[in-house]
Design a protein around this ligand. Structure first.
Ligand code: ADP
Ligand code: MG
Length: 364
């Protein structure tokens, strides 16, 4: 197992990149702690696979270094990095049995036969394929083949890191939860450094202790699920995480107040001089509806009952926003104003969160 350091890393697929836009991966400095489980979350095309393939050595970065512990592996081939990587689509040997496929990474390194058979049995149980061990991989469903790929990725105990690139895409929905649970227990048992790539926030938030959020070739925030929820560092994190995502209102910020849709809103803390486009972000959980009184004028467009709570779609100044009414709370009759819980307010300048100048007890 190893700590993985990315030092000044960047990658462009172009031979002669001109500006930042030409980089699939923008400059990045980051340490993946030894033994931690990370989810790498972002929408399609944001650079997740590019980053993973650089770590495993399938891709040479156009700039920067990769260190495993303190050894520079930037130019080391994949085989020397001692990494297990599982891809989105199955990679199996069709002519081999399931057992032979699972045993392959161990036999390849000359492991003892008794150890191999015990370990293969354990892994077969984890992926739910004990009954198919003696079947040839050819003829199995894509779903079953992907489970074999996952198993092959998990079979070695001595790897530096385990990298998973959207490994559950082709897996049956009810099996996804099961396999994710197995991956977590594998992590608890062996404490490998794990990076799990996904575009699904639920997968990311349930798998990892720390989530790395990428947007447009850039890591925009690294945090616990709670940090991503409470203090999104970038408006993208606010939109992308949460259901529905964070409301973002255009606002003029003046000290500890904001003007939103012609109404003055108390921010609960002072903000210094801000540059660029200024906005206020409030998650739907922190929006309250009132009939009359103070607040930003809003019109209720529709109410969606989603089981445990209701989502209220609102029109504010011609734009659509959301509020959440918890179970047992109803939408007040004639509701036409919204107010915000100051704890749930975040201020953004050019999409990046700005910490208040002083608010007791809050880490900026
Ligand atoms: P993700 O895995 O998050 O979907 P990728 O890392 O695959 O994103 O891709 C990031 C960007 O790099 C995308 O714009 C994609 O089109 C581009 N890209 C990926 N692979 C290549 C390649 N081999 N050659 C050129 N461009 C690529
Ligand atoms: Mg990808």
């Amino acid at each position: 197992m190893a700590k993985i350091t990315l030092d000044n890393l960047a990658h462009s697929y172009l031979r002669d990149p001109k500006g930042e836009d030409d980089y699939a991966l923008k400059e990045l400095n980051h340490v993946w702690n030894d033994g931690e489980a990370y989810a790498l979350l972002g929408s399609s095309g944001c650079g997740k696979s590019t980053l993973l393939n650089i770590i495993s050595g399938l891709l040479q970065p156009s700039q920067g270094r990769i260190l495993f512990d303190d050894v520079d592996v930037t130019h080391a081939p994949t085989a020397q990095r001692n990494i297990a990587q599982v891809f989105q689509f199955p990679v199996v040997y069709d002519t081999m049995t399931v057992r032979e496929n699972l045993a392959f990474p161990l036999k390849n390194r000359g492991a003892d036969a008794n150890y191999v058979s015990g370990r293969v049995q354990d892994i077969a149980r984890m992926i739910g394929m004990e009954a198919e061990l003696d079947r040839k991989a050819r003829g199995l469903t894509a779903d079953a083949k992907q489970k074999i790929s996952l198993g092959r990725g998990m079979v070695r105990e001595d790897v530096n890191a385990l990298l998973f690139d959207e490994p559950l895409t082709v897996i049956d929905p009810h099996m996804k939860w099961e396999l994710r649970t197995q991956l977590k227990s594998l992590h608890h048992e062996f404490g490998h450094t794990m990076i799990y790539v996904t575009h699904d926030q639920t997968e990311a938030l349930t798998f990892a202790d720390k989530v790395v959020v990428m947007y447009d070739g850039r890591v925009v925030q690294i945090g616990t699920p709670q940090e991503l929820f409470e203090r999104p560092a970038h408006t993208f994190v606010g939109y992308f995480i949460g259901s529905p995502g964070m409301n973002v209102f255009d606002a003029e910020i003046d000290g500890s107040t904001a003007r939103i849709a012609g109404t003055t809103v108390d921010l609960g803390a002072p903000y210094g001089a801000l540059r660029g486009k200024t906005q206020v972000g409030v998650r739907p959980e922190f929006v309250q509806l009132h009939a009359g009184g103070e607040g930003v004028p809003a019109r209720v467009r529709r109410v969606e009952d989603v089981g445990r709570h209701k989502i209220i779609r609102l029109d504010v100044d011609g734009q659509t926003y959301s509020a959440i009414a918890e179970e047992g709370h109803s939408v007040p009759a004639g509701a036409d104003r919204i107010t915000f819980d100051p704890e749930g307010i975040n201020v953004y300048a050019d999409d990046w969160r700005v910490a208040p100048e002083s608010r007791m007890g809050e880490a900026a």
